[in-house]
Design a protein around this ligand. Sequence first.
Ligand SMILES: Nc1nc(=O)c2c([nH]1)NC[C@@H]1CN(c3ccc(C(=O)N[C@@H](CCC(=O)O)C(=O)O)cc3)CN21
Ligand SMILES: CC(C)C(=O)C(=O)O
Ligand SMILES: [Mg+2]
Length: 272
Amino acid sequence: MSTAKKEYKRVTVKSLVDMKKNGEKISMLTAYDYSMAKIVDSANVDVILVGDSASNVMAGHETTLPITLDQMIYHAASVIRAVDRALVVVDIPFGSYQSDPKEALRSAIRIMKESGAHAVKLEGGVEIKESVKRILNAGIPVMGHLGLTPQSIYKFGTYTVRAKEEEEAEKLMEDAKLLEKLGCFGIVLEKIPADLTKKVSESISIPTIGIGGGKYADGQVLVIHDLLGMTHEFNPRFLRRYMNLYEDMGKAISDYVSDVKKKDFPSDDEQY
Ligand SMILES: Nc1nc(=O)c2c([nH]1)NC[C@@H]1CN(c3ccc(C(=O)N[C@@H](CCC(=O)O)C(=O)O)cc3)CN21
Ligand SMILES: CC(C)C(=O)C(=O)O
Ligand SMILES: [Mg+2]
């Protein structure tokens, strides 16, 4: 598994756009720490997202709002140290880009400079137009994120499917075209109807990456802990679990506890 990576060149923002052109689907997963990123990168995932979902998965917060820019940089720097092949994209966290475009650029620069990341991701469309422009003008690649945007959860109140109404669907299409025009290299489409993902993906030349966006997206993204079955209480329809690590890890750990209690561990061979 880990030997395969040497066959490949580094993934770049350009290779992702080329993959869309060639009809090759893009794989993207989150990682927040060195050990996990090492495994994800070695398995040839194209894009690693240091998501602000770290706020939920790593820190135990209910939403993505509390995580700070410093904390995101810490996670991103750990991931960067592990990665040889994947493109590493980092979420700019809530509160570090919404105030004004200069703040947005300062946050993006801090992420690039202090973590070594390759690109940043921001949530929203026309509302963040000036910020996206400014970051792109500084030579920093930007990924968009439309549909269910968790940093705005309190505006909506629920995590239900977005853009089901005609008007919202039209706005999302406009936002996607705008992000493409500004120069973004890709757009995450979260929890929107599959037919809207299809229309958007056919209308723009940059790749769409779906999470609950259906089969017509140019790529897919999941939170690594969800895929591995570590988050056993998170059960949206779009999630395919490839393991049940919550149970398996629990079993391994209780076996260890029991071995210690039984004085079975360590054995004669496991000591000096
Ligand atoms: N572990 C984890 N996985 C994620 O995909 C993820 C996070 N955390 N944290 C940040 C955001 C939040 N995301 C979410 C959150 C909820 C749903 C969702 O579908 N929730 C409910 C349905 C709620 C409703 O219909 O009102 C569910 O079925 O679990 C989807 C994506 C995606 N991101
Ligand atoms: C779910 C993905 C797209 C994300 O933004 C995150 O993990 O923070
Ligand atoms: Mg995010």
